[in-house]
Design a protein around this ligand. Structure first.
Ligand code: GLC
Length: 539
């Protein structure tokens, strides 16, 4: 049972954090969309899986133009997901099971339905209400061209014109106006939002678009060949002031509250600047997520990550998938295993069995590396990207904003299969259709089917998390590379634990004087086959 300030205050340095994509986790009220009631009912599943914390994607009041990343009211739960009281109960129940709860906070932008943006629209040009956002006159004789050339991350221009002729900036969908972080009221409001949720017992926040809040205030064009290390709308040096301010808020609470950044930047060093001792506690390692299934590249990313994190004293993190990227089972089953964009590889031949074998090995790799590990819901079931969602059912705004050329991120957001022989696989009551259709092939990947099957992905995750927790050398500490055949990664943690990942095309023998603690696969003669990983106890 966790209570405020209880437990190890540096738990996050070696935690396993499970991402709950709320609308696709479990549907508790039978409307086809996941919700707080669903999460509460499945908390024992998460406890038994062996994770330390859950991060829940945005649950705030929202018109859902971007699945909740368009927040209309930061102080309330959207009725689609439940109520504030249910959130309180969820936090208390999770704590009683030893699970910490991290919420998503979205500070770069709000919903166009947020009362501040509505007030800005009414107040007109030059008003203090408009100064909370980025309103500018357009270019050209009639001001009918956008103020600059910035693209929206979801396609098209980052500017939309309002009735009185001014334009406003939105780095994502038009329904997501960017806040102006040079504005003192914006800063104060977010401190209030953080306190509101910390007071309710939350253990921390995952911060959306943490690299993007501050814009160069003269809003210059980006041009056709920008320097990725000097962009006017990303990774501005002043953004670090915001994180120092937030860190002070969090540090007012009992130790153990964390800030975790979604930081997309050009290098491991740039990422580490967000993790200085007075800024964020942790950030997702997207270089690792983007890495190809290749021993040399993995080793390089691991070395670069550890080298960049050490000087700031922050633990590394290891991420394979999330709600924005193609699931790694699919990525690893393709000829090109790197991550580019969610859809550039749609309709590429994918060997799912190969992808699953590699995903099993990748699970053991990530959980053996120093630092914390993030698990995206469904990783533990070996789910793959769903590529055949009918176009008319697609919900991601990327699909529309790209002029129906980019199919977006719905394929990694399909509701979880819990049990049963056909959709909705226990996600919703039997007669209800989930908000996105599930593939019938998932009948073999449900929690119920995998439960108790020693060869399943689910049992591999459970075993790995159990060993990881019990093994003093795992979690946050140092690692040492060991000599290994070509295209094999081998490293030790402490004196008696080692991990081997075979990315070569031939079976590798177990090193002498070792005993297998856990294997993603073993050959008949006890060797490590291609695309497999083992955890070893050194005698
Ligand atoms: C982040 C979220 C993504 C969202 C975007 C805009 O990248 O992870 O899902 O669409 O920010 O808020």
């Amino acid at each position: 049972m966790l209570q405020s300030g209880d437990g190890r205050s540096d738990w996050w340095r070696s935690a396993a954090i499970y991402q709950v994509y709320i609308r696709s986790f479990a549907d508790g009220n039978g409307d086809g969309v996941g919700d707080l009631a669903g999460i509460r009912a499945r908390l024992p599943y998460l406890r038994d899986l062996g994770v330390d914390a859950i991060w829940i994607n945005p649950w705030y009041r929202s018109p859902m133009a971007d699945a909740g990343y368009d927040v209309a009211d930061y102080f309330d739960i959207d009725p689609l997901f439940g109520t504030l009281t249910e959130a309180d109960e969820l936090i208390a129940e999770a704590h009683a099971m030893g699970l910490r709860v991290i919420a998503d906070v979205v500070p770069n932008h709000c919903s166009d339905q947020h009362e501040w943006f509505q007030a800005a629209l009414r107040a007109g040009a030059g008003s203090i209400e408009r100064d909370r956002f980025w309103f500018r006159p357009g270019k050209g004789q009639d001001g009918d061209s956008p103020p600059n050339d910035w693209p929206s991350s979801f396609g098209g221009s980052a500017w939309t014109r309002v009735d009185d002729g001014e334009w406003y900036l939105h780095s994502f969908a038009a329904e997501q106006p960017d806040f102006n972080w040079a504005n003192a009221e914006v800063r104060a409001e977010f401190r209030r939002i953080l306190r509101f949720w910390l007071d309710r017992g939350l253990d921390g926040f995952r911060i959306d678009v943490a690299h993007g809040l501050v814009k160069q205030d003269d809003l210059p064009d980006i041009g056709s060949d920008p320097d990725p290390l000097d962009l006017p709308n990303s990774d501005r040096p002043e953004v670090h002031d915001v994180w120092r301010e937030w860190r002070k808020v969090v540090d007012d609470y009992p130790a153990g509250r964390v800030l975790i950044g979604e930081v997309w930047v050009a290098s491991a060093d740039a990422l580490a600047r967000y993790l200085r001792p007075d800024e964020l506690h942790s950030a997702f390692n997207f270089d690792f997520l983007r890495c190809s299934w290749d021993a040399r590249q993995f080793r390089q990313v691991i070395d670069d990550t550890l080298a960049a994190h050490a000087p700031v004293g922050a633990p590394a993190s290891w991420v394979l998938s999330n709600h924005d990227v193609t699931r790694h089972v699919s990525r690893y089953g393709r000829a090109d295993t790197s991550f580019d964009s969610a859809t550039s590889q749609f309709s590429t031949p994918t060997d799912l069995q190969l992808g699953i074998r590699r995903a099993r090995a990748a699970a053991l790799l990530t959980m053996a590396l120093p630092g914390c590990v993030y698990i995206y819901q469904g990783d533990e079931l070996g789910l793959w990207e769903v590529e055949d969602i009918p176009d008319e059912l697609r919900q991601d705004p990327v699909w529309r904003r790209s002029g129906f050329t980019d199919r977006g991120r719905d394929g990694c957001r399909v509701p979880l299969p819990w049990g049963g022989e056909e959709p909705p696989f226990g996600f919703s009551p039997d007669t209800v259709e989930p908000w996105l259709p599930q593939p019938s092939e998932w009948r073999d990947r449900t929690v119920a089917t995998q439960n108790g099957d020693p060869g399943s992905m689910l049992e591999l995750y459970r075993m790995a998390l159990r060993i990881r927790r019990a093994e003093p050398a795992l979690g946050d500490d140092t690692m040492t590379w060991l000599p290994a055949p070509q295209n094999v990664l081998a490293f030790s943690r402490g004196d008696r634990f080692s991990c081997l990942v075979n990315l070569s095309e031939t079976t590798v023998e177990l090193p002498e004087r070792t005993v297998v603690l856990l294997a993603s696969a073993l050959s008949e003669d006890g060797g490590i086959p291609p695309d497999a990983a083992v955890w070893l106890r050194t005698a």
